[in-house]
Design a binder for this molecule. Structure first.
Ligand SMILES: Cc1ncc(COP(=O)(O)O)c(C=O)c1O
Length: 391
């Protein structure tokens, strides 16, 4: 069914209305959950698309896809069962055995493992580059490079690298530029403005926004999304209609939630700078962040993620986490509640302390997904947790 045209509207309006069918009298304002695996269909000449919930064309799945495409300024999108499904299906829609990928060294752990361990088993290799090294992206390209992959901002050091070098390198060799912009969300960075061909989100985070579902979305041109859809039909990581309904409900408040995430994180970061026992506060909105100028230029807000390095190392971080009362010690991010984790126990568990330190993640490093609570309550909670951290 054709959806309402929101192309002339602004982001908050799109977040509320894009993907909804035009309403007739007596129809519900909130689209129902269409908890059906399959849909009435007898022959192809009836003029209906064959609907089947594994195909991603259940009405709830399509509503999410259309909303995200509208927010990203892209032609189409496809919703999948997780952020990792969005990344893996997108890659597999582009590369085949013998092909090559160029990826940033700064990637989410599972994405990195997919590229380092899993795809090589299928004859697909990756060269990892340091995005700060001059010419690194072009130098790494080979005659078989089909995709360039970046993450922005990065986890957990929140780097905001220049998208122009990978964009140019991809365009020079006719490859696809993919960006995982989960940490930014479409409210802080719109894919279409940055020459990204495939924009990927773990919708588990800010898009869903309530830590109650696992999902992923990829958006891009109609042709690229059709290619993702074809691969996903075969591998099968479809999002359940109820989770898609919850996700669509979450996205309606995304711009509003992101304003508060941005404000709370900026206030908390500024406050933390002056607290005893905090060696370093890492937040793109602080002037001492290495990418502050670029973040100002390309992000609509600095985001809800910040990181701290505590003076007392790993033991202090353990005491800090144990003392939290409002914030919750848990991995993941992007929900209404403040979540705190230590990368040495989660995303960077497989590395030695020296390897982590070389990546700017010494023991004592704490990552905070700043939620929507009153910031004064978060400050009080962090004040007493920092006191506990000092011992
Ligand atoms: C940047 C980033 N990309 C992808 C993922 C994977 O998302 P999911 O857990 O929804 O598969 C995560 C999960 O933490 C992430 O932080």
């Amino acid at each position: 069914m054709a959806s309402r045209d929101t192309s002339s509207t602004r982001p908050a309006t799109r977040a509320v209305h894009a993907g909804s069918p035009p309403r007739k009298a007596g129809e519900p304002v909130v689209p129902p959950v269409v908890q059906s695996a399959t849909f009435h269909y007898s022959r192809p000449d009836e003029g209906h698309e064959l609907l089947y919930s594994r195909y991603g064309n259940n009405p709830n799945q399509r509503a999410v896809a259309e909303k995200v495409a509208a927010l990203e300024g892209m032609e189409d999108a496809h919703v999948l069962a997780s952020g990792m499904a969005a990344i893996s299906m997108s890659l597999l829609s582009i590369v085949e055995s013998g092909d090559h990928i160029v990826a940033s060294r700064h990637l989410y752990g599972a994405t990195s493992a997919l590229l380092r361990v899993e795809l090589p088993r299928r004859g697909i290799t990756t060269t990892f580059v340091d995005p700060e090294e001059d010419g690194a992206w072009s130098k790494a390209a080979t005659g078989r490079t089909r995709a360039f992959l970046v993450e922005l901002p990065t986890n957990p050091t929140l780097r905001v690298f220049d998208m122009e070098p990978p964009r140019r390198a991809a365009s020079d060799v006719g490859a696809v530029l993919m960006a995982d912009v989960t940490f930014a969300s479409p409210a802080n960075l719109r894919g279409a403005d940055h020459g990204i061909d495939l924009v990927i989100h773990s919708a588990t985070k800010y898009l869903g926004g309530h830590s109650d579902l696992i999902a992923g979305v990829v958006s891009g041109s109609a042709a690229r999304i059709e290619a993702v859809r074809e691969v996903a039909r075969l591998y099968g990581p479809a999002l359940d209609p109820h989770a898609a309904w919850l996700l669509e409900r979450g996205i309606r408040t995304l711009p509003l939630r992101m304003e508060r995430h941005n404000d709370n994180a900026l206030q908390l970061a500024r406050w933390l700078v002056d607290q005893e026992g905090v060696d370093q506060v890492i937040y793109p909105g602080l002037p001492n962040h290495p990418d502050h100028a670029r973040a100002r230029e390309i992000l609509a807000g600095f985001g809800g993620m910040l990181s701290l390095v505590l003076a007392g190392g790993g033991d202090a971080a353990d005491r800090f986490m144990a003392a939290l009362g409002v914030a919750i010690a848990a991995p993941s991010l992007g929900g209404v509640e403040t979540l705190v984790s230590q990368p040495r126990y989660t995303s960077h568990l497989g590395l030695t302390p020296d390897e982590r330190a070389a990546q700017g993640i010494p023991d004592g490093f704490v990552r905070v997904s700043v939620g929507l609570e009153d910031v004064e309550d978060l400050q009080e909670d962090f004040r007493q947790s920092l006191r506990a951290a000092r011992g």
